[in-house]
Design a protein around this ligand. Structure first.
Ligand code: UDP
Length: 497
């Protein structure tokens, strides 16, 4: 029996599994999915990443470097054309980072939906054994299932946020909320989570965007299971809650960013950086251990010049060394940088401003960094956890307000800046400005001494160790990924008989 089982196992191994990955065209989606493809590839799986022409160069350096490590199958990228013109978008507008107005957002989603047919053709051409698609591409689930292939959906967020969304969808707490009530408790969660009405998606979103989110929910239900970038030890109650209440099989295989071990892998991740590698490392190397606060609000958020100015003043007043990533806002900063700031703060080495794309995990993992001011995008939260640093939380939109609750109240590794209102990105100019004083206070509290900050630092460090263990051989995420590979091979073989 044992011999037969060993032979059958090696037989199955030799019939290599082929998975096609299809990320939504935004850094917060494609970055973790490319990491995921790397992880599968390191386990002997043949991985194909499907993307569009203008997005391919963002992925290729990472894929090329991964392929140098000589895994059994090189990762391949497969490119389809993006119908920008057909949707009335300028040529090359193929990524959510290029979409800043409500009108453009709707056109972008239209263009993405037109990828249905090229996606189907690509599936027929590549003939994979399974597809891991993105929850933001709901129609891709239908196409995959119609072709009889197993379809897993990558849910870009925390299990906590997924549970909170499910609860709100099911119990509709806002509908029965007295009109004068400002807050409500998210029903049925393992912890008592109280949120403000104004922190929920809704009033500010276009009906077609709300309809899109409904389709996303439906597609996830139809799929064969969800891929989650998280790990069992981080949110165990929510892994269980999701399983019990939602009934969908969730494979948590993260933190996927930890597949990037080498400094150059981290440096090249996501996009071409706007800072020289040596300049960045030299600046950080010169700072004391745990003294620097890293400030970044993800890949697509943009602030008004009034808000940028308050951040600049707040960071200076907090009096801790900082690295601050500012998305392109046009101009040279003259409108929002306070008088003399370049010399007084930047020139004096107290602050490093990166305009454009920063090598985030490289910075977070540097020993000089001791805190992270984040917009609570899930990738950033998990990268903060993996780096073992506490966070100051400044949620803006999407599920970021839920992630803030997880970080601050459930995990106890963060302090909120105090944002009360949800505002979609295209409404950023209407967003209430967070004043410099609040920013300075939060950063000083996070980076300071005392029991509160020490406690957060200790817990963050412990979670960082757990994160590393989860993806090591035998760790929870490692095992989960192995189980999934086995299941997909079994399914493929059963169908091949
Ligand atoms: N990121 C980066 N450099 C930047 C901005 C973002 O490397 O200058 C990466 C970050 O490490 C994370 C992703 O982009 O992996 C952003 O995803 P997240 O979920 O945090 O936020 P989103 O951009 O989707 O709002």
């Amino acid at each position: 029996g044992r011999l037969v089982s060993a032979i059958s196992k090696s037989f199955r191994m030799s019939q290599d599994l082929h998975i096609l990955f299809f990320p939504f065209l935004a850094p917060g989606h494609s970055i973790p999915m490319v990491d995921m493809a790397k992880l599968f590839s390191s386990r002997g799986v043949k991985s194909t990443i499907l993307t569009t022409t203008a997005n391919a160069p963002l992925i290729q350096p990472t894929v090329d470097r991964a392929n140098q490590s000589g895994h059994r199958h090189p990762i391949t990228t497969s490119v389809i054309r993006f119908p920008a013109a057909a949707a009335g978008l300028p040529d090359g507008c193929e990524n959510a980072t290029h979409v800043t107005t409500e009108e453009a957002k709707l056109k972008f989603l239209q263009a993405v939906a037109m990828l249905r047919q090229p996606f189907e053709q690509a599936l027929r051409r590549h003939n994979p054994d399974a597809v891991i698609t993105d929850f933001f591409l709901p129609w891709s689930v239908d196409v995959t299932l119609e072709l009889g292939l197993p379809c897993l959906v990558f849910q870009g967020t925390s299990l906590f946020a997924l549970c909170a969304y499910q609860s709100i969808k099911r119990h509709k707490p806002l509908e029965s909320l007295p009109s004068d009530a400002e807050s409500f408790v998210v029903p049925g969660l393992p912890h008592r989570i109280e949120m403000l009405r104004s922190q929920q998606r809704g009033s500010s979103e276009a009906p077609s965007v709300l309809e899109f989110h409904r389709q996303v929910g439906e597609a996830v239900q139809k799929s064969d299971g969800v891929m989650v970038n998280s790990f069992q030890e981080l949110e165990p109650e929510y892994a269980e809650h999701y399983r019990n209440v939602d009934g969908k099989k969730a494979w948590h295989v993260g933190p996927v960013s930890l597949c990037n071990k080498d400094v150059l892998e981290k440096f090249e991740r996501g996009d071409e950086t706007s800072i020289d590698f040596n300049k960045c490392m030299d600046w950080l190397d010169a700072k004391a251990r745990g003294s620097v606060i890293y400030v970044c609000f993800g890949s697509i958020s943009q602030f008004s010049t009034a808000q940028l100015r308050e951040i600049a003043i707040g960071l200076e007043a907090a009096d801790k060394p900082f690295v601050w990533v500012v998305r392109e806002v046009g101009g040279d900063g003259a409108e929002w940088l306070p008088e003399g700031y370049e010399e007084r703060v930047v020139g004096a080495g107290k602050g490093l401003i990166i305009r454009g794309w920063a090598p985030q995990t490289l910075i977070l993992d540097h020993p000089a960094v001791g805190g992270f001011l984040t917009h609570c995008g899930w990738n950033s939260c998990l990268e903060g956890v993996s780096a073992g640093v506490p966070m100051a939380t400044w949620p803006l939109f999407a599920e970021q307000f839920f992630n803030e609750k997880l970080i601050v109240e459930v995990l106890g590794i963060g302090i909120g800046v105090g944002v009360k209102e949800y505002a979609a990105r295209e409404h950023e100019q209407k967003r209430k400005v967070v004043m410099a004083e609040a920013i300075a206070k939060t950063v000083a509290r996070l980076m300071g001494g005392g029991e509160e900050a020490e406690g957060m630092r200790r817990r963050a460090r412990e979670l960082g160790e757990m994160a590393a263990n989860a993806v090591e051989i035998g760790g929870s995420s490692y095992v989960h990924m192995g189980d999934l590979i086995e299941e997909l091979i079994d399914r493929r073989n059963a169908e091949g008989l």
